[in-house]
Every structure is written in structure tokens, then in C-alpha cells.
Design a protein around this ligand. Structure first.
Ligand code: PLP
Length: 388
């Protein structure tokens, strides 16, 4: 069968081959250190699991409303109103199958052929692919360590054309771990409001911050910026709920309505009893989130100190999420070759920066234990030394 042309535009994930190989090596009994994971290594907190179990026992096993359980939409709206500082009501919220799906649905609801979507690189790997699947044109704006991998207001202004529909902002960032300061967010909001474009703000790591870093949502950065902002977030990263598939989008009612229509004909609703887990997450104490954050904070300290001492590579200190983005340019290896050889020769799995739009970097996740971090950085040091 001839496949749809849209599939041709979306390449196989460059990370797939490496993670498959890492799994195979592990199955052979090799001691593989995995720095490639994009999820917390903790179990979902027990009170959240218990709430979903209770929902199952109570027969919350049927179809629900396409936009989400009313109680959950209400709670998300209330939480965002408090945390973001902008008023949201339930009609401004759609519950989706993860933050990934909220972004995808948004693209499907808003992007037409010819529409441009501005994406700063390094970017989370799915953004450009989603835009292409929606028949839009990704406009990649490269950034580097000199601006801590952040887009500046000047760069954003230069990238805007009459065809620009959306700007994708991700802070804290996957893959770089960078966090835009409140002043930087305000300066970007200025450009957004002045130009009239929309911004989708992927804030899935907003609770995973270190050393006094502050998260300001662009929705709250300037009077009027909320009207042009769509916040995408979810429960996966902060509550260790990746497999539950729970995300949401917050913003303009008309857009939420359009996404609900699409959802009603595609996914119907997010798993009903999963949503009761999310309700418990929002109603319960955030101590569990803080405990995980503190564990990440310790690992970040240790890993950053060790990595900074490795000759031949550079890394900017991250202030959020759980990744370090490492420049491997001095080895003159492409990131895919680098990661394949690192896995082959040192049994260490990392993600090639090529997946994020920068082929002279690799991403290391520190969602792993301290011993793995210590051994891993040693192996990386030996590996890099052999390639210089
Ligand atoms: C993990 C992640 C998401 C969404 O994850 P879901 O599991 O779909 O909720 C969205 N954006 C970024 C940058 C991520 O790292």
C-alpha cells in the first residue's frame, strides 16, 4: 500500500536505534549505564495510585466527556489561576493524552498549509514533526551556549513573518535544562503582544527548578499576553506519571472547543480512572513533588561538578528539568556516531543532539542514581579522551 505523503515527512526517530541497541545489550547481561531516559526514575506517589484504584473499584470505567472529567478541568483551572497568576475557568482547559498530545491537538486545530511555527533550537524533538504533520512549516531559530540556548527578543522578532502563527516556547527546557528568567520572559512577551502572534508555552517542567530559579509563565508576563498564550503541561514529569498519559492545554475557549471537537473524533477521552489519579495529585500535598525535586537537585550538583572537570567537553549549568546538554564539538564526531560508539565501547547510552537540532551535542539525563552518574561520567571522560 502507498503510505500517505505526510508520513514521508516525518523521519524515524534517531534515538530509536540507540535505545533498541542499549536494551539488547542489557538483555545480553552487559552493564549498560542509561543516561538516555526522558522520565523520572521514581514510582508514582502512592496516594495517586490509590485514587486510581479506588476509581476502578467504583466503576469509573466508562466513556467520559471528551474535554475531560469536569472536576479535573475545574481543579486544573484553579491550580493554574493560583500558580500562573492568570484567571482560568474550566472552559479554558482540555485534558489530553499527555502533554505531547495537547501540543499535537493544538497544531491540528490551528495550523494550515503555509502557516509558520517558530521553534528555537535546541528543541524538544517532536515539535517540528507535529508542525509538519499538521501541514505547517517549522521555522527553526538556532541558539547556542552564548545565550544559554535561549531565543532572544531580537531573534524572535527577526523570525516573525506575516505567515507566523505560533511560537513554541519551552522553559524549563528539554533538552538543555535552561530556564528563562522572568525578565527574559517579559522581553519575549513584549514581542509576542506587539506582533500579535500566538505562543504555545510548554511548561511541563515548571515545578522542577533549582537554586532559586524562578518560573514565570509568558501568559502572566504582560497585560494581554494571556490572550495570546496557550499553556501546555501535564502530570508526567512533576508527579512521575509518564505512563498515565495525562496532560492538558489551557487558553482561549474557542481553541479549546476546536481541540475538543478533534478529540471527540479521535481519542474520545483520556482514560477515565487515570483522571482520578490526576485529581488526587492536584488535591493532595505537593511534598512528593518536592522530594523528587530534591533528589534531582543532588544528582544535578554531583553530575555538573564531575562533567565540568572533563577535558574536551562543555556544558552550561542547567536550572531546571533533569538533563545536561553537552557540547562534544571538539571530538569532531557527529552526535549519532558519538552516541553509537559511546554505547559500543563504554556501555553508556546517551541521546544524540541531532534529535534536538544540534548535531555537536549530546543529552544526558540525570534521572538516575548517584552511583550510575559517578561511573558514567568516568566512562565518558575516558571515551572523550580517546577521541580528542
Ligand atoms: C515529556 C515532555 C512532554 C510531554 O510528555 P507527556 O508524557 O506526553 O505528558 C512535553 N514536552 C516536553 C518538553 C517533554 O519533555
Amino acid at each position: 500500500m502507498k503510505l500517505a505523503a505526510r508520513v514521508e515527512q516525518v523521519p524515524q526517530s534517531v534515538t530509536l536505534a540507540i535505545s533498541a541497541k542499549a536494551k539488547a545489550m542489557k538483555a545480553e547481561g552487559l552493564d549498560v549505564l542509561n543516561f538516555s531516559v526522558g522520565e523520572p526514575d521514581f514510582d508514582t506517589p502512592p496516594h495517586i495510585v490509590a485514587a486510581a484504584q479506588k476509581a476502578l473499584d467504583e466503576g469509573k470505567t466508562r466513556y467520559g466527556p471528551a474535554a475531560g472529567e469536569p472536576k479535573l478541568r475545574e481543579l486544573i483551572a484553579r491550580t493554574l489561576t493560583e500558580e500562573v497568576g492568570v484567571n482560568y475557568s474550566a472552559e479554558n482547559i482540555i485534558v489530553t493524552n499527555g502533554g505531547k498530545h495537547s501540543l499535537y491537538s493544538l497544531m491540528m486545530a490551528t495550523i494550515e498549509p503555509g502557516d509558520e511555527v517558530i521553534i528555537p533550537s535546541p528543541y524538544w524533538l517532536s515539535y517540528p514533526e507535529m508542525v509538519k504533520l499538521a501541514s505547517g512549516t517549522p521555522v527553526i531559530v538556532p541558539t547556542d551556549a552564548s545565550t544559554e540556548y535561549k531565543i532572544t527578543p531580537e531573534l524572535l522578532r527577526e523570525a516573525i513573518t506575516p505567515k507566523t502563527k505560533l511560537f513554541v516556547l519551552n522553559s524549563p527546557s528539554n533538552p538543555t535544562g535552561m530556564v528563562y528568567t522572568p525578565d527574559e520572559i517579559r522581553a519575549l512577551a513584549e514581542v509576542v503582544v506587539e506582533s500579535g502572534i500566538y505562543v504555545v508555552s510548554d511548561e511541563i517542567y515548571s515545578k522542577i527548578l533549582y537554586e532559586g530559579a524562578q518560573h514565570l509563565s509568558i501568559a502572566a508576563a504582560k497585560p494581554g499576553s494571556d490572550k495570546q498564550t496557550l499553556i501546555s503541561s501535564g502530570f508526567a514529569k512533576s508527579f512521575a506519571m509518564t505512563g498515565w498519559r495525562l496532560g492538558y492545554l489551557a487558553g482561549d475557549k474557542t481553541i479549546i472547543g476546536a481541540m475538543t471537537r478533534i478529540q471527540s473524533h479521535s481519542t474520545s477521552n483520556v482514560c477515565t480512572f487515570s483522571q482520578y489519579g490526576a485529581i488526587a495529585a492536584l488535591e493532595g500535598s505537593l511534598d512528593c513533588v518536592e522530594e523528587m525535586r530534591l533528589a534531582f537537585a543532588k544528582r544535578r550538583e554531583v553530575m555538573y561538578e564531575l562533567l565540568s572537570a572533563v577535558p574536551g567537553i562543555q556544558c552550561v549549568k542547567p536550572y531546571g528539568a533533569f538533563y545536561m546538554y553537552v557540547n562534544i564539538g571538539k571530538t569532531h564526531l557527529g552526535s549519532v556516531d558519538f552516541c553509537s560508539a559511546l554505547l559500543e565501547e563504554k556501555q553508556m547510552a546517551a541521546v544524540p543532539g541531532k534529535a534536538f537540532g544540534t548535531d555537536d551535542h549530546i543529552r544526558l539525563s540525570y534521572a538516575t542514581d548517584l552511583k550510575t552518574i559517578e561511573t558514567g561520567v568516568k566512562r565518558l571522560e575516558e571515551f572523550v579522551a580517546s577521541k580528542l
